[in-house]
Design a protein around this ligand. Structure first.
Ligand code: 6GU
Length: 244
């Protein structure tokens, strides 16, 4: 996969050189390029914003630097149109299903807006060159798209073949089956008046699997009742349906 990120704060994306994603880049599993939007301006002051038509607070990002930047990264010899992800609190909500979907793409381009956002005509114009998807992390406001890109690239990058050493860990984690993960424990079995649930020390693997499944349902119902409604009967076993 190839990922291009356009931002006026390219340094904000430095953490993508670390840890799992940094290693995936070094290993050639992921090509990731960060581009400074200001390098696509042509005026002396490298202006990227201006006042909003119609009035109101704040500034709006000018369209031409964005078109120049996006043209420079679009269709770098790929078969399919790249997906242009525009981080915005006004986008569709990012979730694990969308991470899996985007992990199948050849090229992702992230356009990090700042201020009050990017001139909407860029979004219209970009439809000819990209599949455009405004995406939100959740119902709160960040100052710009950069932090959201860190989260999305990590969520997508770890799904690419070979990035996570043990692919089993992708199967067992929260949201992989629509439920939250069960709680985990390690040694010592007795710690500061808190004991590990005895079933986990029993050696009875059937009982342990049953307990973990029950904990997944209990946690999900308590913390995320919204997820209980969307549970797909198809992924539930007979034992799961009885537990409900
Ligand atoms: Cl993706 N971007 C911005 N700027 N703010 C957000 C967001 C994204 N998701 C939630 N708030």
């Amino acid at each position: 996969m190839r990922i291009d990120v356009v931002s006026i704060f390219p340094e904000y994306l430095a953490p993508l050189e670390l840890s799992l994603i940094g290693k995936a880049r070094q290993d050639g599993l992921l090509e990731l390029n960060v581009h400074d939007l200001r390098s696509f301006t042509t005026d002396r002051h490298r202006t990227v914003d201006d006042t909003p038509y119609g009035g109101g607070a704040g500034m709006v990002m000018k369209p031409e630097p964005w078109a120049q930047a996006l043209e420079s990264v679009a269709g770098a010899g790929m078969d399919s149109k790249p997906v242009l992800i525009v981080p915005s609190p006004a986008g569709e909500k990012f979730n694990q299903a969308l991470a899996y979907e985007l992990a199948e793409e050849q090229q992702l381009v992230f356009a990090c807006g700042r201020y009050e956002g990017i001139d909407e005509r860029v979004i219209d114009w970009a439809q000819d060159h990209f599949t455009v998807r405004p995406v939100s992390l959740g119902d709160y406001v960040l100052n710009g798209g950069e932090v959201a890109v860190l989260a999305m690239v990590e969520a997508i990058g770890r799904l690419l073949p070979g990035v996570v050493g043990n692919p089993e860990s992708l199967v067992e984690e929260s949201h992989s089956d629509g439920l939250l993960e069960y709680p985990v424990y390690t040694k010592p079995s007795a710690w500061r008046d808190h004991d590990v649930p005895p079933v986990l020390l029993s050696g009875n693997h059937g009982k342990i699997a049953q307990w973990r499944r029950h904990e997944q349902f209990r946690r999900t119902a308590e913390r995320r009742p919204d997820l209980m409604e969307g549970l797909d009967a198809g992924v539930l076993s007979r034992a799961d349906r009885q537990a409900l």
